[in-house]
Design a binder for this molecule. Sequence first.
Ligand code: SAM
Length: 200
Amino acid sequence: MAKNRDQADHYTKRAKKEGYPARSVYKLEEIQQRFSIIRPGAVVLDIGAAPGSWTLYTQRNLLKGRGRIVAIDLKPLTLDPLPDRITFLQGDAFSPEIAQQVREAGPYDTIISDAAPATTGNRSVDTMRSQGLAESVTAFAAEHLKEHGNLVLKIFQGGGEQEVIRYMRTLFVKVKPIKPKACRNESFELFLVGLDRKAP
Ligand SMILES: C[S@@+](CC[C@H](N)C(=O)[O-])C[C@H]1O[C@@H](n2cnc3c(N)ncnc32)[C@H](O)[C@@H]1O
């Protein structure tokens, strides 16, 4: 446990030093290093983007001065001023208004989602809500992701992750689970990566 806490501190300190608003950036970094889900010049949709570490990491390190990012969250991003190539939409990603704007700005090469429900402390409620979000994100991918595109989403373990994996397999050539090192040991979050979207 102490080792895990030290590691958590390490990631938090590193994020601060490197100018990221949250330590979660190192989860996307590991996923990218392992699966290369975002290519230079890509059009990226980031669902559940606040405070903005994944968006900033993608803009700074992966797009290589081309492409763009559409970031959505219920809460504002803390990136001020908003860097180039980022459009921010505030609201529920799955509301009709935001969905319309997402459609107009797409289609996308990659969809990334670290979206998580506000937790209640009741594990079965939290995992059920997380599964609902993961399914909605996958439905977005079905609608807005280009052929050969990639998806990463977060899901809380212990609920219906097998159902989400089955759903993702209908859309992607490969589906891989990953628990990045930057996840806290006590966290039950897991990331599912969908690679190479099949022809719609
Ligand atoms: C763990 S945080 C994301 C951290 C972000 N990836 C970063 O690196 O800064 C999860 C976010 O998901 C957002 N979220 C949850 N449900 C959402 C929804 N339906 N629409 C938009 N955002 C949502 C929450 O507001 C929260 O900011």
